[in-house]
Design a protein around this ligand. Structure first.
Ligand code: PLP
Length: 227
């Protein structure tokens, strides 16, 4: 019941904005995902390829699976046949592997470029200048089995809302800048993935189209060594 109410509450906040809710279900057991599904949730986010593949087999076919965590190239194969959107493309090597797997499974895999906007040293991603350079390339020839649908970013983990807002705004500015350019045929600025439980309201106000919310739906996660 709690999961359902959390989802309904978030949906009410998002309605009126063209922003969709991704339920971040990493580390959560299947029963909780099914509870969210029963409440109408169809977009789920995971950060580990094998965990996503296992859950995909256990949930109905109309779930859209979003990869939101750092993805190692040797793990792309586990999700390539079904993944709806890979938010966390943070290197050309990864883009190349996604293209290769897309070819193998005869599909075009939707992706976002992860952009480094936080002050923290540990966050993955391209910096804005690299994204602008990438947008100049013949991406449709280099990576024909990939479609770049937008950008993803994570703000610094801080209580300073001015800083978070400025970081989201930086990503939004890059998004708008690209939107006004002629981009390669397989690159479109449609999705801007930003905002988590702690900062989704700020992200929404800054133009996010996909918020990735975990704990505010499912409650606290059991901490793993990887976090
Ligand atoms: C875990 C995670 C989230 C969700 O975090 P919450 O604070 O639980 O909402 C969002 N985005 C990414 C990339 C994550 O790894």
């Amino acid at each position: 019941m709690e999961i359902k109410n959390n989802i309904k509450g978030l949906e009410a906040e998002l309605s009126g904005n063209s922003c969709r809710l991704i339920a971040v279900s990493k580390t959560q057991p299947i029963e909780k995902l099914l509870e969210a599904y029963a409440a109408g949730q169809r977009l789920f986010g995971e950060n580990k390829a094998q965990e996503m593949a296992a859950k995909q087999g256990a949930l109905p076919n109309d779930v859209a699976w979003h990869m939101i965590g750092h993805l190692q190239t040797n793990k792309v194969k586990y999700i390539a046949p079904f993944v709806a959107l890979i938010h966390s493309v943070d290197s050309l090597r990864l883009l190349e592997e996604i293209d290769k797997q897309g070819k193998k499974f005869n599909r075009i895999i939707p992706c976002l470029l992860q952009v480094y906007i936080a002050q923290e040293e540990t966050k993955f991603g391209f910096d804005p200048a690299e994204v602008l350079q990438l947008a100049e390339k013949n991406l449709d020839q280099l990576y024909p089995n990939v479609e770049i649908k937008g950008l993803m970013g994570m703000a610094t983990l801080t209580d300073n809302t001015d800083q978070i807002r400025a970081e989201f705004q930086k990503l939004k500015n890059l998004f708008d800048q690209l939107k006004n350019r002629t981009l390669p045929p397989n690159m479109h600025m449609q999705e801007l993935s930003m905002g988590m439980s702690a900062d989704y309201k700020l992200a929404l106000a800054t133009g996010s189209t996909l918020v990735r919310v975990g704990t505010a739906i499912f409650g606290e996660r059991i901490k793993s060594n990887h976090e």
